[in-house]
Design a binder for this molecule. Structure first.
Ligand code: PHE
Length: 339
């Protein structure tokens, strides 16, 4: 009997099964009521008394080893099965979904980069502003109809506190806390109370610029804007300045660039003019310099301001402004390559 147990012990050590069905039939063969081990147990009473101790111990060892081997094999099959569940061949090959930058952020960063290379630094300020920084310091007289140009959101019960309608408020904050030379750009979100449609929204983004120093002239302004247009839209881009009006600049102008769709010959995009408007600009009105603590007899300056949505539309031909704030992942994914 000892020899038989010894042989079984070896058998168990090398025991293997191809699948769970085979494992079950092996279990029945060895461990069930009518199995080999139980049969040995039954035979145990025929073992001579002097061998009982030794055989008993061996028999127990065999039983324990067999049970242990079966649990081992069972566990191996179970982990294989749970691995199989995770093997999903329809899963994407990319290990992680990468986010993409918002198109407005891409263009804003490009605008910032271009002016940064020309020596401008970034200035920041609050979106909830007071009337002084948005209007009064920018030469909008009290009750002047010019304030109606920008449909303002007021904070109820605090008529003096408003959502800024342009980032010129940041220019005012820079001027009141520093002296020339000043060369800043002010990117940020602005708010205007307009009916939402494909071409207008109640908020949008601007980058405004301000340069104040001794002997700053309109020529400087024109050259900086031409350089910007070429870097933003390509070296073949032309600009033209049309006279305009802003309370804070004198003289004021609006700048057009040559239409990059038709190359200036005229198409539906530029309404057959060959030109598209991209920004407002002008020489800072001396009254604005004085109101913000800068001596207009010593210094002069220029300012400009553009809508980031407008520039983005020109670059990417987005037809509906609302797309920018709807967070439709399919729209945002289209800009993956531009990141
Ligand atoms: N602040 C103007 C606007 O929001 C833009 C502008 C800035 C125009 C500076 C001229 C000079 O419309």
């Amino acid at each position: 009997m000892l020899a038989k147990i010894e042989q079984l012990l070896q058998e168990i050590e090398g025991l293997n099964a191809k699948n769970t069905e085979e494992l079950e039939s092996l279990r029945i063969k060895y461990l069930s009521k009518k199995g080999i081990i139980n049969a040995l147990m039954a035979d145990f009473r025929n073992v001579p008394a002097e061998q009982k101790k030794e055989v008993g111990m061996k028999l127990n060892e065999l039983k324990n080893r067999t049970q242990a081997r079966f649990s081992e094999l069972k566990e191996a099959f179970e982990t294989q099965e749970s691995n199989a569940v995770e093997l999903d061949l329809t899963r994407t090959a990319y290990p992680i979904e990468l986010g993409t930058r918002h198109p407005l952020s891409i263009i804003r960063n490009e605008i910032i980069d271009i002016f940064h290379r020309m020596g401008f630094t970034i200035a920041d300020g609050p979106e909830i502003e007071d009337d002084w920084h948005v209007f009064s310091s920018m030469n909008f007289p009290e009750d002047h109809p010019a304030r109606d140009m920008q449909d303002t959101f007021f904070i109820e019960s605090h008529p003096d506190i408003i959502l800024r309608t342009h980032t010129s408020s940041v220019q005012s904050r820079v001027m009141e806390t520093s002296q020339p030379p000043i060369r800043v750009i002010c990117p940020g979100r602005v708010y205007r109370n307009e009916a939402i449609s494909y071409r207008a929204h109640c908020f949008f983004h601007q980058v405004e610029g301000l340069y104040v120093d001794k002997n700053v002239s309109f020529t400087d302004l024109k050259q900086v804007l031409l350089q910007f247009a070429k870097e933003m839209f390509g070296s073949q881009t032309k600009i033209r300045l049309r006279p305009s009006y802003f309370p804070f600049t004198e003289p004021s102008a609006e700048m057009d660039i040559s239409c990059d769709i038709c190359g200036g010959t005229g198409c539906a995009f530029c309404k057959y003019t060959g030109w598209v408007e991209i920004l407002g600009c002008g020489m800072v009105d001396p009254a604005v310099l004085d109101a913000n603590g800068i001596d207009s007899k010593v210094y002069s300056g220029y300012a400009f301001g553009m809508g980031v949505e407008r520039i983005t539309n020109l670059k990417y031909k987005v037809k509906d402004l609302r797309m920018f704030s709807e967070n439709d992942i399919r729209f945002l994914k289209e800009f993956e390559a531009a990141n």
